[in-house]
Design a protein around this ligand. Structure first.
Ligand SMILES: Cc1cc2nc3c(=O)[nH]c(=O)nc-3n(C[C@H](O)[C@H](O)[C@H](O)COP(=O)(O)OP(=O)(O)OC[C@H]3O[C@@H](n4cnc5c(N)ncnc54)[C@H](O)[C@@H]3O)c2cc1C
Length: 268
């Protein structure tokens, strides 16, 4: 690992100033992706700007009719929150299913969505629930935030402050896990609200993807049967040593049907 400076700002404005003054600096949340990337020399920042002393990024509260989850909230905090369990149980379950205890206590919502790993769970949840990503300078709709493989709409010096989730309706996230890491080999988040149905698929390999054909079919009739004739095109997926593109695409169909079944059951 290369040498780097370590900074620990006490205010958001200080963090922004530090980031702007050093284009090679990087923000540090829980280090669950960044430190591994540094150890492997995929990243060599000149400085780490640690966000852990910024309490404003660690808030979790009701926001109008929805929820606000600060960027520095770790997965364990979200999973254990009675508010999240009551208002958006899908998010609590999604957070509880991430990695292991250590990862859940260090990894954060902000780090996960800024990293935009194509097999990560949070991006699917944020897109399915139509969350709004709030940064130090603007609000970005989930559909515009994720731009592909490890890609987001964030500027190099932009800080995610948190995500606002509208009142959820009913939603479910289900993943077929990569057994070693618990990342999604394929994962599907389905949400139904008065605004419509959203189906977000993670793990296909090219970034988080909305399955519009399934959304359309489910908007007309919210039942697993309407998905029988629908398949994800394997061209939307990629293969690796863990699973072929065809297998991942097949899983997307199976998991979407199971998520719909689950939502039907909980709303009956
Ligand atoms: C063994 C293991 C298993 C895992 N299993 C899963 C899993 O099952 N599902 C899953 O979804 N994830 C999984 N993860 C990922 C984990 O949940 C973390 O969320 C993810 O690695 C990001 O880590 P972090 O929050 O510590 O961010 P960091 O590693 O600190 O940062 C990641 C990136 O985001 C940037 N960043 C951080 N915070 C902000 C911010 N507020 N604004 C702008 N940029 C920011 C950093 O500069 C960096 O580029 C796993 C990780 C490990 C190590």
């Amino acid at each position: 690992m290369n040498a780097f400076d370590y900074r620990r700002p006490q205010r958001l404005t200080e963090a922004i100033a530090q980031l702007r003054s050093d284009p090679d600096a990087k923000l540090l949340a829980g280090g669950q992706s960044l430190l591994a990337a540094m150890k492997l020399r995929f990243a060599a920042p000149s400085a780490l700007i640690d966000l852990q002393d910024l309490p404003a990024l660690n808030l979790l509260h009701e926001d109008g009719t929805g929820l606000w989850i600060g960027a520095m909230c770790c997965h364990a905090k979200v999973a254990a929150s009675p508010l999240v369990r009551a208002r958006a149980p899908m998010l609590a379950a999604l957070a509880q299913g991430i990695g292991d205890q250590q990862v859940r206590h260090r990894g954060t919502l902000g780090g996960s969505i800024a990293n935009a790993d194509p097999a990560a769970c949070w991006p699917a949840g944020v897109i399915a629930l139509n969350g709004t990503v709030c940064t130090d300078r603007r609000e970005i709709a989930a559909d515009d935030f994720f731009t592909g493989l490890f890609g987001t709409a964030l500027e190099a010096d932009e800080i995610v402050c948190g995500v606002r989730f509208p009142a959820a309706g009913e939603a479910h996230y289900i993943k077929f896990e990569q057994p070693a890491s618990r990342f999604a080999l394929t994962g599907v988040a389905v949400a139904r609200s008065p605004a419509g149905v959203r189906v977000a698929v993670t793990g296909l390999g090219n970034g988080i993807w909305r399955w519009r054909a399934a959304e359309q079919a489910l908007a007309d009739d919210f039942a697993p049967g309407v998905l029988q004739g629908l398949c994800v095109d394997p061209a939307e997926a990629s293969g690796d040593i863990h699973a072929s593109a065809e297998y991942r695409a097949h899983l997307a169909g199976v998991l979407t049907r199971r998520a719909v079944q689950h939502i039907q059951k909980i709303s009956a």
